[in-house]
Design a protein around this ligand. Structure first.
Ligand SMILES: *Cc1c(COP(=O)(O)O)cnc(C)c1O
Length: 356
């Protein structure tokens, strides 16, 4: 039976470490099923440590999240939308919308009017991520958000594209963002809570901390930082050895024969593969050589598994539903537990999450 095991104590340790590290409020990012460790479990643990604002990207997260939050906790919907049915849902759930265009803010104003309420929003500025948001030179459009009768601006934010280590790019994004904030203030407009840092920015560029930080991956101990942190990786995928087979020297393994055995090899078949997220990493740009080497440094080699405390290499590419491990010379046997370290984001919901 495959399961993704999460160490609750280690998760709580990371949360406490992050909160201690920053002296401003932490917005807990719980998108993508709480980064794969379970939306409700993750959010309630964050809440127990004093987090009061939770950021999501999917409307379907609102209802389960409300089940674990108090009335005075806030939900920030980070995905800007101009769809009126989505905005109706955001307004009726009293979530804080993210506004990245004149179209979306007009639609939000109309949704608020339909509901007979004021809608709360944070303005999103695209300083170089290339996603939702006003461009920094759209100052008149950004200022016009403050004129809408049914919309209350409570914050403004941007998102870093290269905070894992590109200092010049990150500083340029921060400068463009602060330019927008200063311009609004010069116009007599109060942007509210000003926030920018995600996990890598918090650790690599402390000057991005501002009024609040939006943190997700650091809680899981999976943030790419320049310096070492006290954060711990909190989970692992557990499967078992489903069979063992001896292969002769020279045998070619898998599609395309990507691996030709250089010696007689004892192979253990582990019952998890790409379908369970093994060997998959969240998307990183192909030119990020330093990032990839850091990803490797961050933990085990992505194509290794651990059995009885020993690491074994995956032969060839992970299959859809199994991996071949070189266990030559070991006493590994059928039924032994196999531990992989995929990013939990890539582990599908069909694999049960178990907290220990
Ligand atoms: C995912 C996300 C975050 C959190 O990023 P981490 O690096 O996981 O801390 C913050 N802000 C936005 C807009 C995001 O999409």
């Amino acid at each position: 039976m495959n399961r993704y095991v999460i160490d609750q104590k280690a998760l709580e340790g990371n949360i406490a470490t992050v909160i201690k590290h920053c002296d401003v409020p932490v917005i807990g990012v719980v998108k993508a099923n709480g980064y794969g460790v379970g939306l409700e479990a993750f959010a309630s643990t964050l809440k127990a440590h004093g987090v009061k604002t939770f950021a999501i990207t999917e409307l379907s997260d609102i209802e389960p999240l409300k089940g674990v939050l108090s009335r005075d906790d806030d939900i920030l919907m980070m995905r800007s939308t101009a769809l009126s049915d989505e905005l109706d849902a955001i307004v009726s759930a009293d979530c804080v919308a993210s506004i990245g265009s004149c179209t979306s803010v007009r639609a939000l104003d109309e949704a608020a009017q339909r509901a007979g309420k004021h809608a709360r929003c944070h303005i999103k500025v695209d300083t170089g991520f290339g996603r939702y948001g006003f461009f920094p030179d759209q100052m008149d459009e950004i200022a016009s958000v403050f004129t809408l009768p049914n919309v209350d601006v409570q914050g403004i934010y941007t998102h870093f594209a290269r905070a894992y280590g590109d200092e010049a790019y990150t500083k340029a994004q921060l400068a463009a963002f602060m330019g927008v904030v200063e311009d609004l203030k010069a116009r007599g407009l109060d942007p509210g809570c000003v926030h920018a840092a995600n996990s890598p920015a918090l650790y690599n560029f402390p000057e991005t901390t501002l009024d609040a930080v939006r943190i997700g991956s650091a809680f899981l101990g999976r943030v790419i930082t320049q310096a070492d942190t006290d954060l711990e990786r909190i989970g692992y995928l557990e499967t078992e050895v489903i069979d063992i087979k001896d292969f002769p020297c020279g045998w070619e393994m898998g599609y395309g024969g990507v691996e030709k055995l250089k010696r007689p090899t004892k192979v253990a078949f582990a019952g998890a593969g790409q379908r369970e997220g093994v060997g998959l990493q969240p998307l990183v740009a192909p030119d990020m050589r330093s990032v990839l080497s850091k990803l490797k440094r961050l933990g085990k080699h992505p194509l290794e598994a651990t059995i009885n405390g020993h690491a074994y290499l995956v032969l060839g590419e992970p299959d859809l539903s199994l991996c071949l491990l070189d266990v030559t010379g070991s006493d590994v046997s059928i039924g032994d537990k196999v531990v992989f370290d995929p990013n939990p984001l890539m582990v599908p919901a069909s694999v049960s999450r178990e907290y220990i």
